[in-house]
Design a protein around this ligand. Structure first.
Ligand code: ADP
Ligand code: MG
Length: 237
């Protein structure tokens, strides 16, 4: 992202965002509510449109070109706070929907891939159930598996554990840690600072639409440079 700016009407929500993420890197993004974290990562797969600056994903620049937007979306998986599974479809159907309709895979192949990733997130036995029959933590792991079925090159996480009961946070974080260990490029908006310490290459602090601070986790936590970062960390740690 180079000099990225975005407005909602008059409201300047992203201010000169400059951020280069290397392949395989894991970034954790934190900051107060309303600071623009969701907006920033949603711009990366064009769920939101930026007005100024450049966003380039794996060599392709995001413009209004629908073909390029499709290309980029295929490479970028996203997991939301609320899992956004289809309630009237089984877990297996949720996982095979995009591979069948977007990637045009035969149903049998899509199901094989889906089962592979359900095993990865450790809930293959839930394949024929409906989302409402699963716990929040299980549903979020299904949402992660659903993204992985599209073989993304980058995974975006927007507060994936903040809607979960405390006892389910760990199982989702463990899934994310194992994904990180496999070398996935990850941008995670989260306030789980244990996760940040464990896997992040860099931690970013955002406030009022700007990247205020960016550092390796050690330095970020031990020696924050900006008053706003210090204040924020004192409130959440
Ligand atoms: P965060 O994820 O850091 O909490 P967001 O990116 O969701 O922040 O929102 C940043 C700011 O933009 C907030 O002030 C929010 O109210 C505003 N905002 C978010 N989405 C919209 C929208 N669709 N229209 C207008 N304002 C929005
Ligand atoms: Mg948000």
């Amino acid at each position: 992202m180079v000099g990225v700016n975005k407005w909602y009407g008059e409201f300047h929500v992203l201010r000169d965002i400059n951020l280069k993420v290397e392949r395989g890197e894991k970034l954790v993004i934190c900051g107060p509510s309303g600071s623009g974290k969701s907006t920033m990562i949603r711009c990366i797969n064009r769920l939101e449109e930026h007005q100024k600056g450049q966003i380039i994903v794996d060599g392709t620049e995001l413009t209004n070109d629908l073909k390029k937007i499709d290309e980029i979306r295929r490479d970028v998986g996203m997991v939301f706070q609320h899992f956004n599974l289809f309630p009237h479809l089984t877990i297996l159907e949720n996982l095979t929907l995009a591979p069948i309709w977007v990637k045009k895979l035969p149903k049998k192949d899509a199901e094989e891939i889906a089962m592979h990733y359900l095993k990865r997130v450790k809930i293959p036995e839930q394949a024929l159930k409906y989302p409402g029959q699963l716990s929040g933590g299980q549903q979020q792991r299904v949402a992660i598996a659903r993204s992985l079925c599209m073989s993304p090159k980058i995974m975006l996480f927007d507060e994936p554990t903040s809607a979960l009961d405390p006892e389910m946070v760990k199982e989702v974080l463990d899934t994310m840690v194992s994904l990180a260990e496999e070398g996935m490029t990850m941008l995670c908006v989260t306030h789980e600072m244990g996760f940040a310490r464990q896997v992040a290459d860099r931690v970013i602090f955002m406030d009022a639409g700007q990247i205020v601070e960016m550092n390796k986790p050690d330095a970020f936590f031990k020696n924050p440079q900006h008053e706003r970062t210090k204040l924020f960390l004192s409130q959440i740690l």
